[in-house]
Design a protein around this ligand. Structure first.
Ligand code: ZN
Length: 337
């Protein structure tokens, strides 16, 4: 069996596979890139050949234009592809639509690079699939015992409760444009909320794509009604990217309730700093329990930990005699979650 470090290793461009001569989620343009999912810190434009799921390729084209790569190739779920001397396959990561873990196998050794992932139910994408492996590469965005995401339906319930009690106020929900926004909308629909939901222009294309892929988001309306009155939005839910809430756009709404859907809303100080009145702890990443349960379930011979709070998870493994190390990859933000 070859050494894991000879199959995948961190480089300044990202994770590199020497026997396959490709990178996973490179942070700079490279000749051949395998992409786990469409978030901007993982999927960057300008590479030569890009291999990803059909949905991730579509999302990259929507965000960067059709020329985001010289060549693209779509891979089906679980389909084994040969690249150089290695076999790769893509498996659902449960993070956003199209998101994949990438399994890389060579000479009897299998490493799974999970990208970003979560374990709890997300009605907008396929659930995480545990893939047996020798080395599991995990994210560590919320890898501290203090991070325990509450029940999603209960968080959505807080928003519905506020809508009931403040029917004259607009409810502005900040949510990232890929994944979180559609998930919040879908959860609202599942909770029985069937009024039109207003969306910021920056969400339009991706919401339409989700609908096109069979994720029914119900009636969506632009939150940019020209010539409309402020009172038109009384009691309405308006979803927009977090950046939009700081600018003039947000001031068109009547006495808005500022809400924000993010795993970071667990940290009260972050909610206060952003002026968030109604924090919703809804995350597309694993919390501490999901991370440790996943590691226990997969029981890899080695755990490699990246982007986030690596130390706590490495320590947790050490206490259980599991081999673990931080990877020190750079360029992946934990803000955009
Ligand atoms: Zn992501």
């Amino acid at each position: 069996m070859i050494k894991p470090e000879n199959l995948l290793r961190p480089t300044p461009e990202g994770l590199y596979c020497p026997p396959g001569d490709f990178f996973i989620d490179p942070i700079r343009p490279v000749e051949r890139a395998l992409i786990t999912h469409g978030h901007a810190d993982h999927a960057r434009p300008g590479s030569g050949k890009v291999l990803a799921t059909r949905q991730t390729l579509d999302i990259m084209a929507l965000r960067y234009g059709e020329n985001f790569a010289r060549e693209r190739q779509a891979v089906g779920w679980g389909e084994a592809l040969r690249i150089g001397d290695v076999t790769v396959s893509f498996h659902p990561a449960g993070h956003v639509l199209g998101s994949a873990q990438i399994a890389v196998a060579h000479k009897g050794l299998r490493i799974v690079a999970s990208g970003d992932y979560k374990r709890r139910v997300d009605p907008t994408c396929l659930p995480f699939e545990p893939v047996p492996c020798d080395v599991f590469i995990t994210e560590a965005t919320f890898a501290l015992p203090v991070f325990r995401h509450p029940d999603t339906a209960a968080e959505i319930g807080k928003l519905l409760f506020s809508l009931q009690h403040f029917p004259e106020r607009a409810h502005l929900v900040g949510a990232y444009a890929l994944g979180k926004a559609q998930r919040v909308i879908k959860h609202l629909r599942e909770a029985g909320y069937d009024a039109p939901i207003y969306i910021h222009g920056a969400l339009k294309t991706l919401c339409a794509y989700y609908q096109d892929q069979g994720v029914d988001l119900g009636r969506l309306r632009p939150a940019t009604v020209e010539g409309g009155k402020k009172t038109d939005f009384a009691g309405a839910v308006i979803v927009g990217p977090p950046s939009a809430f700081a600018d003039k756009w947000a001031r068109r709404f009547p006495d808005p309730v500022a809400s924000f859907a993010s795993g970071w809303m667990r940290v009260r100080q972050r909610a206060r700093q952003r002026g968030v009145e109604l924090p919703l702890i809804i995350s597309d990443h694993c919390d501490w329990d999901e991370l440790t349960e996943t590691v226990a379930e997969l029981a890899p011979s080695q755990l490699w930990v990246t982007h986030g709070r690596e130390e706590a998870l490495v320590r947790w493994c050490e206490l259980r005699q599991l081999s673990a190390k931080p990877l020190h990859l750079v360029g992946y933000e934990d803000e955009a979650e």
